[in-house]
Write a protein that binds this ligand. Structure first.
Ligand code: SAH
Length: 237
């Protein structure tokens, strides 16, 4: 199995224990029934319960974030390729990361690894302060165009190495990293508000990584292991 294809597939189910700001994204479409089924059978069934997260997952038209040739697989229980060796994460992982980051309306949230823009759109269904960083220019451009066309106009996107975060927009209530570094990037920890949450997969490229929830309490951090995952590696320029 190539790691790029299985990105963000959760390897163990053991852990699985509002502002809808975008009218266009919420409009019914031919895939609405598949989306409802996805939420019930993959996400609710594995223990994700935050109503805002579930509503966001029901609203965002996931098929529009992958190539048309993959539309019939867009709501399946897996990651899918988005070009450049990268992937859109499995729906459950997107929901789990959003729930565990405890994203609420009004929160300022940073995502590292825009990819298709799907995770950013899910975040933008919950709060209007979403910042996202992508290192591969053509992916960043595509995602920006797509998100704008879908009505996520307040979302801020930039092309850069996300290892360094977005200092001018910091501090953040939550930071989600959707590519795996081999250590926790200190700049990201430094850009959390007091009480802020960092959700990040950490581990060697291509091998099983650990998804961490790190909560900042003053100058101390609390670590919670959310289980084994497999993401594409965080690249460095
Ligand atoms: N969140 C995405 C999927 C992420 S795949 C979605 O919802 O579709 C991981 C993404 O992280 C890839 O697009 C990859 O190019 C990007 N990436 C890897 N290293 C990065 C870095 N240092 N800074 C920013 N983005 C990075």
């Amino acid at each position: 199995m190539r790691p790029s294809i299985v990105t963000a597939v959760f390897l163990s189910w053991a852990v699985a224990a509002a502002c809808s700001c975008n009218a266009s994204a919420a409009a019914p479409d031919a895939f609405a029934a598949q989306r409802l089924h996805m939420v019930e059978s993959q996400i609710v069934s594995r223990g994700v319960a935050d109503p805002r997260v579930l509503e966001a997952m029901r609203n965002v038209p996931r098929h529009l974030f992958v190539d048309r040739s993959l539309w019939d697989r867009a709501y399946g229980d897996h990651a899918l390729p988005i070009g450049y060796g990268q992937t859109i994460s499995q729906p459950y992982i997107v929901a789990l990361m959003t729930e565990r980051a405890q994203v609420s309306p009004g929160d300022r949230v940073l995502e590292i690894g825009t990819g298709s823009g799907y995770q950013a759109a899910v975040l933008a269904e919950i709060t209007d302060q979403v910042y996202t960083i992508e290192i591969i220019e053509p992916l960043a451009r595509q995602a920006r165009d797509r998100l704008r066309a879908l009505g996520y106009r307040r979302l801020q996107a930039r092309t850069a190495d996300g290892y360094f975060g977005w200092p001018e927009a910091a501090p953040f209530d939550a930071i989600l990293v959707t590519a795996a570094p081999d250590h926790i990037p200190p700049p990201l920890l430094g850009q959390l508000k007091d009480g802020g949450r960092l959700v990040v997969p950490v581990g060697p490229p291509g091998l099983v990584q650990t998804l961490w929830l790190i909560t900042r309490h003053g100058d101390r951090n609390a670590f919670e292991n959310l289980g084994p995952v497999l993401f594409v590696p965080l690249r460095r320029r």
